[in-house]
Design a protein around this ligand. Structure first.
Ligand SMILES: Cc1cc2nc3c(=O)[nH]c(=O)nc-3n(C[C@H](O)[C@H](O)[C@H](O)COP(=O)(O)OP(=O)(O)OC[C@H]3O[C@@H](n4cnc5c(N)ncnc54)[C@H](O)[C@@H]3O)c2cc1C
Length: 355
């Protein structure tokens, strides 16, 4: 049997061998594979598109289960309630968004171009350009490995937060308690988008922030903006061999934000006077420019660097190991602490490695 390398299954193209590897193409197949691994006491790593994982060069010493169930079912569609659509966990996320926009199902257009599978979207409450999936998810059907039973979560039970949900909080080393089987979205019908909340996107669309635009225009502009930042997966563009943003935007107390230079971007983050900062700005201002790490004398030997289009992505320039990627990330995190006293936290799941 040939051994599967996780580098072949991840967008950053790093990661060592899988102990064993299985692909499940149906809900029954997913449950069966999970039960078999659990009954054998095997560590289990669930993988969708591999776009939010950084896996050790030693690989994963258990079962790697690739979720490959595809398709979606429309349960209801009417002009009052909109469309209720149940999407299989392995269905490519952007293919679903494309279908939604073409069929005038509104609400996910700003999430165009995000790599990976639909089943992973509720895990970290995937978001971009002022939208996130918590705004349109009605329910998530899962396999609960602790109770050996199907468990369906409603939106409020998922306890969504910024890049967070109960599904992520109960995942340990890539091994979730709840394996997502399907995700149900409730989407209004119509050609107009959800309100455009992101200033840069509103500007390029020529609408006031908070107003609506045509969804197909939103999708086109989001794809264009994302591509200019290396945030649409492209096999020919090394700037996209990443996990997307490597760090989350820090959420800090008001007094911490007040100590930053006046020009530091900051946004209100819920109650208690919390403030969300821009990780990209902090990195840049701490002296890490786009392309940091490309120098062959750098910590990564030039094999890994910050993207040449965006300071928030750590990229594999060809032949990088997980250790190279982490060396760049560590240097950046350390530099930001030294300069601003703020610790950045990784967004991707780190499997068998630590920052
Ligand atoms: C170029 C690029 C741009 C990106 N842009 C964005 C962005 O704008 N916004 C954003 O939020 N993210 C972004 N990401 C990160 C990533 O694409 C998303 O987090 C995506 O949802 C991950 O999907 P995936 O199928 O690849 O998950 P994987 O990387 O395969 O898995 C991620 C985590 O979810 C778990 N998981 C996967 N499937 C299931 C399942 N069925 N049940 C339970 N757990 C599961 C895995 O175990 C793992 O812990 C970007 C990544 C890249 C490479």
């Amino acid at each position: 049997m040939t051994q599967i390398q996780l580098s072949a299954l991840t967008t950053s193209a790093v990661g060592g061998p899988a102990g064993s590897y299985i692909e499940a193409r149906s809900e029954a197949g997913i449950i069966d594979a999970v039960r078999t691994a659990d009954a054998a006491g095997q560590p289990l790593l669930i993988i969708g598109g591999g776009s939010n994982l950084l896996v050790s060069d030693d690989g994963f010493p258990g079962t790697v289960l690739k979720i490959a169930s595809e398709g979606f079912t429309v349960n209801a569609e009417d002009s009052c309630g909109g469309v209720a659509v149940v999407v299989q966990a392995g269905h490519n996320w952007d293919a679903f968004v494309d279908h939604a926009v073409k069929h005038a199902w509104s609400g996910v257009e700003a999430l165009s171009g995000i790599p990976g599978a639909t089943g992973a979207t509720p895990v970290q409450n995937v978001g971009a350009y002022g939208a996130d999936v918590s705004q349109t998810i009605a329910a998530v059907r899962t396999w609960d490995r602790e109770r050996n039973a199907v468990k369906t979560f409603t939106n409020s039970e998922l306890k969504f937060g910024y890049r967070d949900s109960i599904l992520k909080r109960t995942t340990v080393n890539g091994s979730p308690r709840y394996v997502v089987l399907t995700v149900e979205f409730q989407l209004p019908l119509g050609r107009m988008s959800a309100p455009v909340r992101y200033a840069e996107l509103a500007r390029t669309l020529g609408v006031e922030q908070g107003r609506r635009a045509y969804s197909n225009d939103v999708r086109r502009e989001v794809l264009r903006l994302r591509a200019s930042k290396g945030m649409v997966w492209d096999a020919n563009d090394r700037d996209t061999y990443s996990t997307g943003s490597f760090f989350t935007n820090p959420i800090v107390a008001e007094d911490v934000a007040a100590r930053l230079p006046q020009q530091a971007p900051r946004y209100p983050a819920g109650a208690d006077g919390l403030t969300k900062l821009s990780a990209a700005w902090l990195i840049d201002q701490a002296g890490f420019a786009k392309g940091f790490g490309l120098d062959p004398d750098s910590v990564s030997g030039g094999r890994a660097s910050l993207s040449t289009k965006h300071t928030l992505a750590v990229t594999n320039r060809g032949g990088a190991s997980a250790a190279d990627m982490l060396a760049v990330a560590r240097e950046v995190r350390h530099g930001v602490v030294e300069r601003f006293g703020i610790e950045l936290h990784p967004e991707p799941l780190l499997i068998g490695v630590a920052l």
